[in-house]
Design a binder for this molecule. Structure first.
Ligand SMILES: Nc1ncnc2c1ncn2[C@@H]1O[C@H](COP(=O)(O)OP(=O)(O)OP(=O)(O)O)[C@@H](O)[C@H]1O
Ligand SMILES: [Mg+2]
Length: 280
């Protein structure tokens, strides 16, 4: 299988600041990878290297087999920058048409219409950016990143301004991209979103990978809660395998069992454990 993104030993220094310090990261085709980390961890720097905007101090990155920044790599990459701004006087259609020219896409009006529909902006072709809400602009930004059917999509905090409905739209869109075999690197501070949609999570801190894995493997078991006639009892060290025994013993002891819940930690817990004490 070709990898959508492959980064090896990436380091980046800006003067005295080390933004990245030997990062290895892969995004397979059809894989959704969440990139997490505190402010200043190096997430945006990594994404900028992947799309060729920033050159690494050491190491290398490849997009769909081509060196990052090369014409072939750029043709395979879609990118939404954090804090992007489109000109307020341009219409949605004009913004997309400009980026079609930049991406050398010949998709024309059909591609623009399909992309606006995909991000929930159907029929907003003539709407000026200056009259759009933040969330609408963000949706337009995501549509822009999908021009030319890229093999790798890099989204730097694409849902920060979206309402819950907008987040659902983007989540469905990301699942659609996965089905089409597109690799997605999604940079976000919204851990519950990442947990819902990502196949794998990479946590970086101080320019290094401090944890990675599937969300369900990173989250720790959180004990078992049993509701009986005496109230709710928390058994913090119990696991799923212990549930039949726990219930048997309670029933044998004369208790009525109304409910049993196997608890798991959240991705937020796992994240905070991975970056704990390194903040600031
Ligand atoms: N152009 C630049 N010149 C100098 N330093 C920079 C530059 N870009 C980033 N840095 C520094 O590199 C480090 C990593 O920044 P980066 O933007 O990659 O972090 P981030 O993980 O995306 O943070 P955030 O969550 O705030 O977006 C920070 O210390 C930042 O100040
Ligand atoms: Mg950033």
């Amino acid at each position: 299988m070709t990898t959508a993104l492959s980064a090896r030993g990436l380091s980046k220094r800006y003067g005295k600041t080390t933004a990245l310090d030997g990062v290895d990261l892969e995004v397979a085709e059809g894989e959704l990878v969440g990139l997490l980390g505190p402010n200043g961890a190096g997430k945006s720097t990594l994404v900028k290297i992947a799309c060729g905007l920033v050159g690494p101090t050491a190491g290398e990155a490849h997009v769909a087999g081509a060196p990052a920044g090369s014409r072939a790599a750029r043709a395979s990459t879609g990118y939404l920058a954090e804090l992007f701004r489109f000109p307020s006087w341009a219409s949605a259609g004009e913004v997309l048409a400009l980026h079609q020219r930049l991406a050398r896409s010949d998709g024309g009006a059909a591609e623009r219409g399909a992309l606006l529909e995909r991000v929930g902006l159907t029929g907003e072709d003539g709407r000026r950016v200056g009259t759009m809400s933040k969330g609408m602009q963000q949706r337009l930004g995501i549509a822009q990143a999908l021009i030319g059917a890229p093999r790798l999509v890099l989204l730097d905090e694409p849902t920060s301004a979206l309402d819950p409905g907008g987040r659902r739209t983007v989540r469905d869109l990301l699942i659609g991209l996965r089905e089409q075999g597109v690799g997605v690197l999604l940079n976000s501070h919204l851990l519950s979103e990442i947990e819902l949609v990502c196949d794998r999570v990479v946590i970086i801190d101080g320019g290094r990978v401090v944890s990675e894995g599937r969300p369900q493997d990173l989250t720790a078991p959180g004990g078992v809660e049993v509701e009986t006639s005496e109230g709710v009892r928390r058994l913090p060290d119990a696991r799923r395998e212990d549930v039949p025994r726990i219930v048997r013993e309670l029933v044998a002891g004369g208790a009525e069992v109304y409910g049993v819940r196997v608890m798991t930690g959240t991705l937020e817990d796992a994240y905070l454990a991975a970056v704990v004490g390194r903040d600031g």
